[in-house]
Design a protein around this ligand. Structure first.
Ligand code: FAE
Length: 548
């Protein structure tokens, strides 16, 4: 059952899109609203007219959404600034998100052609399609030797991710974040995050017979025959909805090949959980298509932001300034780090430490694929939501956690795909580039050697045992391991290094990091549950100590 607050938040998010508004909030009368119409989002002031507000959150991903909700619950009015658009209104095809195999501009953030993780199939350039430039939902940020996928829109990465909601091994969490009390995390904040995110799991009995998970069962068998353990992977995709998809009683989303360009049903993205609740408090206003470009501190200690507003096709509508007493950065590892590196190196926040921009890692990500024997088909209809992983993380000789991922071509392809998370101690850093006014990631392909070797050790063993081999036709240039892109950017403003123990940025009072930039490059599993739980912990302390 929807809570009243969530119902109101939903209504505001739906109606803002329907009315074409770039400002989402409940009208004050809606706090007593009884109906959908009462809760309609009404136009509020343009950003440039706000002047000063108590608190701003930049970005609407996991860190930002947690922070906004908890601030609002504590009575603090919050402005959220999000460079992407709101994804609640169907387009002319009746769908919010574009078709995966026939994408349009909604697929990607201002690209001329889609840039999907898979480059080719059977060596043919049949995967990526020309699209019009538009404020689409998935971005691929291309640095010199590493590309990073991120979500753009109200909900950040939750709009495009695979919904895998994994709590890390406690011993590894303790190793990565030694300054954080693990008992509190595992006793309070991980459970809180899991509950609020709506984490659930497929029914194991249903899984055993579901045609859409044949690919996972094939990979499980291959793994266990080579001595590897597999585990179910929790998810924020509604398992009951997926069962109904398999039974053909509801429109297909996970079984309809939808994932990286958004799911039209089934997934509990943040706009349906944390953000709906946040807007439903009546104290949170989200400005969409508003990108923060510059942060400076005023003589009274307030932060002054310069924000660029665009429309959905990229026309600049204006540049505005707004100031706040407390500023929370939730723009993601890349976004938050870029804002701070730019501020330090252009002199608008000159006291930021040299640690800002350091400690970046890709969580040891690498993709690979194996070709199965013809007598071992993986299924023509595959759920895009992984439900199982090979868990060899506790193996000190070669720790790997490999998700068994689908390759949903819509026809039998005999392929077993994996996203391996490996333990790679290499770290990159960001440098400000004045010519482009961006922060460039310094990461070399050679820094991936450990990751590739680690995944290779696991999958060589499986291939040897199965008498199978790798697919060479998927990642371009005959590559077997996709070592040129990642999905899990972490770090850049690491907790207890560039910030204090609760995310307060060193050198600046009232300036906080709330997101994946805090995590030191690796967490051993898919990261959004950790990002959410850490944000829950930090904001609780910030509210107690800095808002008292
Ligand atoms: P994030 O969710 O990236 O949100 C940042 C937001 O800030 C975005 O909406 C940006 O548009 C916005 N922004 C950035 N710069 C600015 C600016 N200057 N002004 C205004 N707004 C700005 O941050 N993780 C899992 O745990 N499980 C999975 O299954 C999984 N699958 C993934 C699949 C894909 C294709 C991708 C791309 C990621 C996946 N991830 C997965 C990673 C996960 O989504 C990611 O770690 C989190 O979304 C990061 O959360 P943050 O709060 O750091």
């Amino acid at each position: 059952m929807l809570s009243r607050r969530r119902f109101l938040g939903h209504a505001a998010l739906q109606s803002a899109a329907a009315l074409g508004l770039s400002c989402i909030s409940l009208p004050s009368r809606a706090t007593g609203a009884r109906s959908f119409n009462d809760a309609m989002a009404l136009p509020k002031a343009a950003l440039g007219q706000l002047g000063r507000v108590p608190a701003i959150v930049i970005g609407t991903g996991y860190g930002g959404a947690v922070t906004a909700l908890r601030l609002a619950e504590a009575g603090v009015p919050v402005v959220m600034l999000e460079m992407g658009r709101l994804w609640t209104q169907p387009g002319s095809d009746g769908k919010v998100f574009t078709k995966t195999l026939a994408p349009d501009g909604r697929a990607m953030w201002f690209k001329d052609k889609t840039e999907a993780p898979l480059k080719t199939f059977l060596g043919l350039d049949v995967i990526n399609k020309k699209i019009p430039r538009y404020a689409g939902v998935l971005d691929r940020v291309n640095y010199d030797e590493m590309s990073v996928y991120v979500g753009r829109g109200v909900g950040g990465g939750s709009l495009v991710n695979g919904a895998m909601a994994v709590t890390p091994a406690r011993w590894y969490f303790e190793e990565m974040l030694p300054g954080v009390n693990a008992s509190e995390m595992y006793g309070t904040y991980f459970p809180r995050a899991n509950a609020q995110l709506g984490v659930n799991q497929v029914d194991p009995a249903w899984f055993e017979t579901a045609a859409c998970y044949r690919y996972a069962r094939v990979s499980r068998a291959a793994a266990s025959q080579s001595g590897f353990k597999t585990v179910f992977v929790p998810s924020v995709y509604n398992a009951k909805y997926m069962e109904a998809e398999q039974a053909n009683t509801v429109p297909r989303s996970a079984l309809g090949q939808e994932v990286i360009y958004g799911n039209n049903a089934g997934k509990l993205s943040l706009d349906k959980t944390y953000l709906a609740d946040a807007v439903g408090t009546g104290r949170v206003t989200i400005y969409t298509l508003h990108e923060v470009r510059r942060i400076e501190q005023q003589s009274n200690g307030d932060y002054l932001l310069t924000v660029r507003q665009i429309d959905e096709v990229g026309n600049v509508l204006g540049s505005f300034q707004v100031s706040c007493g407390k500023l929370f950065l939730g723009a993601g590892s890349l976004g938050t780090t870029e804002l701070l590196v730019r501020a330090r190196d252009t002199g608008t926040l000159p006291k930021l430490s040299t640690q800002v921009g350091q400690g970046w890692g890709h969580n040891g990500n690498v993709m690979t694929a194996r070709a199965n024997h013809l007598w071992n088909p993986t299924g023509a209809v595959q759920s895009t939501m992984p439900a199982m992983g090979i868990n060899d993380w506790a193996n000190p000789a070669n720790p790997v956690f490999a998700e068994i991922t689908p390759l949903p071509t819509g026809f039998e392809n005999w392929i077993s795909m994996y996203l391996a998370i490996t333990r790679n101690p290499e770290r990159g850093h960001f440098e400000y580039d004045a010519a482009t006014d961006t922060a460039k990631l310094r990461w070399t392909r050679a820094q991936n050697t450990i990751t590739v070797n680690s995944a290779k050790m696991m999958f060589d063993k499986i291939n040897r045992q199965q008498g199978t081999g790798y697919r060479t036709d998927l990642f371009g240039g005959g590559k077997v391991f996709a070592d040129d892109f990642c999905y899990h950017p972490l770090g850049g403003c690491v907790l207890d290094v560039a910030t204090d123990n609760i995310g307060r940025v060193n050198g600046y009072k009232g300036l906080y990091v709330t997101d994946s930039a805090l995590i030191p490059g690796s967490i051993g599993v898919n990261p959004f549950v950790t990002i959410t739980a850490l944000a829950e912990r930090n904001i609780e302390r910030v509210l107690a100590q800095d808002f008292a």
